[in-house]
Structures are given as structure tokens and as C-alpha cells.
Ligand binder design. Sequence first.
Ligand code: BYC
Length: 474
Amino acid sequence: MINYTEKIPNNVDLGRDRVLQRALEHWQPAYLSWWYDMGPNESHNFEVYLRTAISVEPDGWAQFDYIKMPEYRWGIFLQPRDEKRQVNFGMHKGQPAWQDVPGEYRSILRRIIVTQGDTEPASVEQQKMLGLSCPSLYDLRNIFQVNVEEGRHLWAMVYLLHRYFGRDGREEAESLLARRSGDTDNPRILGAFNEPTPDWLAFYMFTFFTDRDGKFQLCALAESGFDPLARTCRFMLTEEAHHMFVGETGVSRIIQRTCEVMRDNKIDDPADVRALGVIDLQTIQRYLNFHYSVTLDLYGSDVSSNAANYYTSGLKGRFRETKLEDDHILRDALYPVSEVVGDKINTKQVAALTALNERLRDDYIEEIQAGVNRWQRVIDEAGIPFRLTLPHKGFHREIGNFTGHFISPTGEILTEEQWKAHEFEWLPSPKDYAYVQSLMSGRVAELGKFANWIAPPVKGINGKPLDFQYVRFN
Ligand code: BYC
């Protein structure tokens, strides 16, 4: 069990490293100040029924209780060390896993950790205003849970920076609190983390699509030969599962509610659907197209020498690296990537080593497709003839081989003019956003009540009923 009388709960024996402890205690007030400014709006006095990580044991790592979010104990937890663990891929394959940063990889490792760390506070910033328009206390509690855990994930990365990267690491940790999502002068590092999350449909799409990128990137980093990074990411993944659950069930409940209204009133025209205060399936499809495409960009270029270096150096592996059956060096392996040639999208084989971003993106797409199929079942069960589809991989991309091309959701190559003529059939328009936001003008805060545009969940949190007081406003 973690000792909660310590200022920073941890299982890394922080108390024995005075220099590190002082560095973190110095960073902690800056973090809290960031939380007061950029954390959930007007929430500081709320008591929220939250899960807090208290150990790393698989059967009991979390404790549920009311807590004011600024008093949440953001701790540092690493999965226990396996003394026999090795570097499992790349040119150092077979060497004992590194407990310290190899000097030659210091700067790239720092860069990977900073990129990962930067996404965590970014998502909290993106979601800052949503508590004011929650569809229920259950959902409000869930977004706050996601937010405090993203905060903890920032702590996890900052721990690595402080512990292993000395002064540079401390400077990077400060910069993580200085960048701001969407800021023109000092934006967050990756594209999707500078996009607004203006409403709850966007929030659920984000936690379904973008948090799942988090899962895949963390899985790749959990294979790292740098053992402290691997162990940190493994524990982060246990928390990530709930975030994706929030996203998947959130979208599913919106679809369910829409389908109920369509079925009961025998309507299918989006205007009629909107007139009854729910979100039409066409708008849901457009949000899906947006969040899917900006999240695909997060995997980086299809062909990337950075990715090849990360792998060969043993710093970032593939999804489920140790379960794959090959040489784990990828000396002669090939991998298919798409490219636009003239008016065609061709597939070409490139060195698998350089295509690791694309491969991780493909692994991700497979899991995403399964989730979309589950949403489709809700529509099918209501007997509504509408198909939710994933757009073509090249649709609306700004990173990689499709950049600068105008690809339709079905994969046709268009001119810019043609594409623009259809843009708002495929992506949410300002009117769509205005409509969705018009449904979410205030907070639904009565016990057990849910906004009209979303179905209640199947069950509550931690065995509590749906009409439980998940948040006390004081
Ligand atoms: N936006 O070779 P390339 C999560 C840059 S989400 C802007 O293509 P590389 C979470 C790139 O930096 C998971 N810039 O890319 C989810 C490079 O810059 P330089 C986050 C981009 O390096 C929800 C240049 O383009 N974790 O945890 O192979 C809530 C060419 O680079 C973007 C990670 O991402 C972009 N989308 O791979 C909360 C893991 N993409 O060198 C949390 C750590 C690329 O020209 N990151 N660039 O200055 C990485 O492993 C890699 O940095 C990336 C990119 C996979 C992101």
C-alpha cells in the first residue's frame, strides 16, 4: 500500500532520493497552479466520487471516495521491476533492460517522453469547460475522473524527466505546464491536442478515438528497453481502459437515444430528428470522420526515419512486440504503405523498419473498426437502415503521404474545389456544432436524471446506483 501521509504518494521510494523529492515538491505547486487555471472550470470546491490509485496490485489498485479535485493525490506508480527483463527488439536485443538512460539516446528518449507528457495536460485543457454542460452527475463524475488521471499521467512523465534527465528534464517539466492547447504562440506539440473539444459528443469521440491512440502509443512505449519508461506506461494503461470505456459507451448511449426517438416516432429525416432534441446519425458520422482522421495523424508519417531509429535503438517497440513472431530487428522485412500517384492511391512495399508508425496506425484501425461495429449493432437492433463507417485512411489527413491530397471518405482523389464542395457533408459544419451545443446549454444535475439526447448507462460506477450523488456541489 502507498503511504498517503507523504506529500507525493509513490511506489518508487521517493523518500530515499532527497534531490528528486525536492525537485518534485518544487514542481508540485506549479502543477497545482496550472490545475487551478486550466483544470475543470468552477470545480474546485466540488466533492467528486473518484477512483484514486493506491497501489499497483492488479486486484486492488484503486480506492473510491469523495474528494475535492485539487486535493487529489497525484501519485507516481510504476509496475514492479522484473529483474530478468531484457531489451526485446532492435540492435540491443538480448541485453538487460536499461535502468538508466543510455547516454547516446538521451535526447531522443527525452523527446519521446516530452511528447507523451505533453498530451496529458493538453486534454485537460481541451475539456476544461465541459463540466458546465454535463448530461448527468454520472457523466460529470466520469469526465472529472478522466481529467485527474490525465493529470496523474503528466506526473508519471514528469517523474521520469526529473529522475533521469537532470536539469534538462526539470526545464522540460516546466515547459509542460507552460504550453497551452490551441495557443498560437505556445501550442501543444501534436495536432489533435490543439483542436477544441467544444461539446460532449466531441468529448466522447475524443476519448474513444484519441485516448485509444494513447493506449497504442503507451503499449509501444511499454515495450521500451528503458525499463522505468516501460514500467510507468504499463501502469498508465490500467487507467486508460476507463477513459476508452467512457468514450465508447458515451457515443453508444447517444446513438441509442437517437435510435429510440427515430423508431418510436417513425422518422428518419435529420431535421425531424433534431426537432425532437436528439443528435441525428448523420452528424454523429461527421464527428466520427473528424476525430478519426485527426487521430490517425497522431501516429506520424507513414514512412519515418524517426520511428526506425526509436525501434533500432530499443526505445519504442511495436504493439505487443514480445508476442510477435519474427526477428524483432526487422532487418529484411517489408511493410505496405499507401501513396497517391497521379489519380490513384497505390500501395508500395517499404522497409518495415521505416513503416512502424503506419503499422501501429493499422493495429489501431483494427481495434477502432471493432468499436464502430459495436455502435452499428445498436442501430441495427433498433431496425434503422443506417450504416456508420470509418472513412478512408487518406481522408482529411495532414501528416504523412496523404498530406496535401483531397481524398473523399470513400477514397476517391478529388480536386480541392470538389472536396470543398462536400466538406460539410463529411465533417461537422459550424451549424452542426451550434446545434449540438444548443442541446448542452446547462448542467443536468438532478439525481438519476439524464439529458434528453443521451440514454442512461447500463450501470453506475463501482456498484453504485444511477441516482447516486456522484458529485456534491457544495
Ligand atoms: N502533429 O517521423 P515523423 C495520449 C512531427 S495520445 C504535429 O512523422 P515521428 C493521450 C514530428 O514530431 C499518445 N506534429 O514522426 C490521448 C516530427 O517533428 P520534427 C501520445 C507531428 O517522430 C488522449 C515531424 O512531424 N503519445 O497519450 O516518427 C488524452 C516528422 O515526424 C505530428 C505519443 O505520441 C502531429 N500529429 O512520430 C491524453 C508517443 N506527428 O522531428 C493522452 C510519443 C508527427 O520534424 N511520440 N509530427 O521536429 C512518438 O512516438 C512520436 O513522436 C510520434 C510521431 C508517433 C507522435
